[in-house]
Design a protein around this ligand. Structure first.
Ligand code: MSP
Length: 558
């Protein structure tokens, strides 16, 4: 029997320590088992149009991190959703002859269809127009008002009368309205503000005491030097010039403005301050929020301050990634340089698309998408390196051992030993780098193992060993190739699941123990395994010129 009181005590103790563990009863063993929880989020997307590969990137990244933690046996929860209020959405819906709610609901369906196609395993999808979100945002707003953190003031800015919109100086184009090109004039409106200044020092101290809070490190320096040190501005949290938003209960001519509405989704989705807050208790604080650099400031400054004002623990890490850009800069329809994820998936497959997106994004600068770089990675990394390694191995095991993988002989020679150690250390290196959220670099380490294993074939020259009848060396060589392929298949599982399954099937590895993350430390457990009779290429070379032309045409003909 499980003692509920004990569970509650244990949970709250752990909760206080800010390390999340879910407690579950293992029926077989009849005892309590602690499982680490891992809560991660994507930004909630503006449903203002079709998602291009840039917006899909964050979700692919989140899904890969989720799957990695699942493979490590953790209790993982991934939240995504759509950010559905605001003037732009209202106008977009009107231009299509729809109500805003009709429009955002259709867009949410579109987003879910895309995530399904991309096999994104999210656990919850929140729409900010859902009552479960709206009600709690209203409560939070009220609470901040009562606490004195929100005060009434005046919003001043440059106003375009026909567009009924405020702009900042930097948003203007040639000093005129960026939307209609007409003159703007200084104007002001009544608005509520959140007193950010009050929390500035606490935030700086928090940054200092929690070195893992912001990744990469340089983002922290940017926040401190550009926004906090020069004097933190209070944030406008309500507007009266449009009404597609959450009404402020105590002053209903105001709607809650953007970031207070959007950021709180990370807790409202878990049931914070609602009747059933079990998920909130289990998963908060989040382990990871993933955001693009353009919204880093809101997550690294305003969100922690809102949480401090709510007396809640802060997330463990906020990862602010760079952008995927095209050779000629930002993706935009007018430039004719937008690529949609469906287009890459339909032609090159899901795994190749995910591989490219994750592999091409450096930590400290934008990743560039070009048809040339996509085709180059496809042909070189996936076909030449990975697919060929598998093919060569399967065909040699068939040729020399009738498909039966020789067992580990226990006494590896110098070359084999070096390869073995390299494979084990690469897996460790991958984890270290992945845990630091340097995903592209971590994938590079897997491909270093692929290259090293290909080189091993050239070094050991199995065809010569066969000719010279060096049976024991040949056996050991085949064993080591299969073992490395097994490891590579496990390492790519978080982002190339189908390819991983395919490799494992072709090398005859079906036993769960040999597919587990823990088994990356083993090097001698493969027994009674047969490779398939005729290897199947997992990726086939494509014609460079044809594919470049194909992608260029796609972008032009929108
Ligand atoms: N709704 C806000 C987020 C609120 S989160 C509480 C928003 N939405 S967005 O749809 O404009 O952007 C969503 C995410 O997509 C952001 O993290 C943004 O950085 C990311 N990206 C948009 N274009 C991108 C690229 N070209 N490359 C990589 N990420 C890109 O902001």
């Amino acid at each position: 029997m499980v003692n509920n009181k004990k569970i509650t005590q244990t949970t709250s103790k752990i909760y206080k320590n800010v390390i999340n563990y879910a407690i579950r009863e293992t029926k077989i063993k009849g005892r309590l088992e602690l499982k680490r929880t891992f809560y991660l989020t994507t930004p909630i997307y503006y449903p203002s149009g079709k998602f291009h590969i840039g917006t899909a990137y964050t979700t692919v990244l989140a899904d890969a991190i989720k799957r990695y933690h699942l493979l490590k046996g953790e209790d993982v929860y991934l939240l995504t959703g759509t950010d559905e209020h605001g003037q732009k959405i209202q106008e977009k819906a009107e231009s299509l002859g729809k109500t805003p709610k009709e429009y955002v609901d259709e867009m949410a369906v579109m987003a879910k269809e895309l995530w399904k196609k991309m096999k994104i395993e999210y656990d919850d999808f929140i729409q900010t127009t859902e009552p479960r979100h709206e009600k709690i945002v209203q409560k939070i707003f009220d609470y901040f008002m009562e606490k004195g953190d929100i005060y009434k003031g005046e919003y001043k800015g440059l106003y375009c009368v026909p567009c009924e919109t405020f702009f900042t100086q930097s948003q203007l184009v040639n000093g005129k309205c960026p939307d209609c090109g007409r003159e703007v004039r200084e104007a002001s409106e009544e608005a509520y503000f959140f007193n950010m200044k009050k929390y500035a020092n606490r935030l700086l101290k928090y940054y200092e005491d929690h070195p893992n809070f912001i990744k990469p490190d340089y983002m922290k320096t940017e926040m401190i030097n550009n926004f906090i040190k020069p004097g933190l501005e209070d944030l406008c949290v309500s507007r009266t010039t449009f009404d597609w938003g959450i009404k402020v209960l105590k002053d209903p001519k105001h709607v809650v403005y953007v970031w207070l509405d959007a950021l709180t989704n990370y807790i409202t989705a878990l049931g914070f301050w609602s009747e059933d807050d079990s998920k909130f208790k289990k998963y908060w604080p989040a382990n990871l929020h993933i955001v693009g650099k353009d919204i880093a400031r809101f997550h690294l400054i305003y969100w922690p301050i809102f949480l401090m004002a709510l007396d809640l623990p802060l997330p463990e890490t906020i990862l602010a990634h760079n952008w995927i850009v095209m050779k000629d800069g930002k993706m935009s329809k007018s430039k004719g340089n937008v690529i949609y994820p469906e287009e890459l998936i339909d032609r090159y497959g899901l795994d190749a698309t995910k591989y490219f997106l994750l592999r091409e994004m450096p930590v400290s600068q934008d990743g560039v998408f070009s048809p040339e770089s996509f085709v180059e990675r496809y042909n070189s990394d996936l076909c030449n390196d990975l697919s060929n390694l598998l093919n060569r191995t399967v065909s040699m095991v068939n040729k020399y051992f009738e498909g039966k993988v020789p067992e580990y002989n226990g006494t590896p020679n110098e070359v084999d030993k070096e390869l073995e150690e390299f494979a084990i250390s690469q897996a460790k290196k991958f984890e270290e780098i992945f845990n630091n959220y340097e995903i592209a670099n971590s994938i590079q380490e897997i491909w270093n193992l692929v290259s090293r294993t290909n080189k091993y074939i050239d070094e050991t020259a199995p065809w010569a060993l066969a000719k010279e009848n060096q049976q024991s060396k040949l056996q050991s060589c085949m064993y080591h190739l299969i073992e490395n392929l097994r490891k590579i298949a496990i390492l790519i599982r978080p982002f190339m699941l189908e390819t991983s399954d395919n490799i494992l099937r072709q090398i005859g590895i079906q036993n769960e123990n040999l597919i587990s993350w823990q088994s990356l430390n083993d090097y001698d457990k493969i027994k009674n395994v047969k490779v398939i009779e005729k290897g199947e290429p997992i990726f086939m070379r494509v014609n460079v010129d044809e594919e470049i032309e194909y992608m260029q045409d796609l972008m032009k003909n929108r």
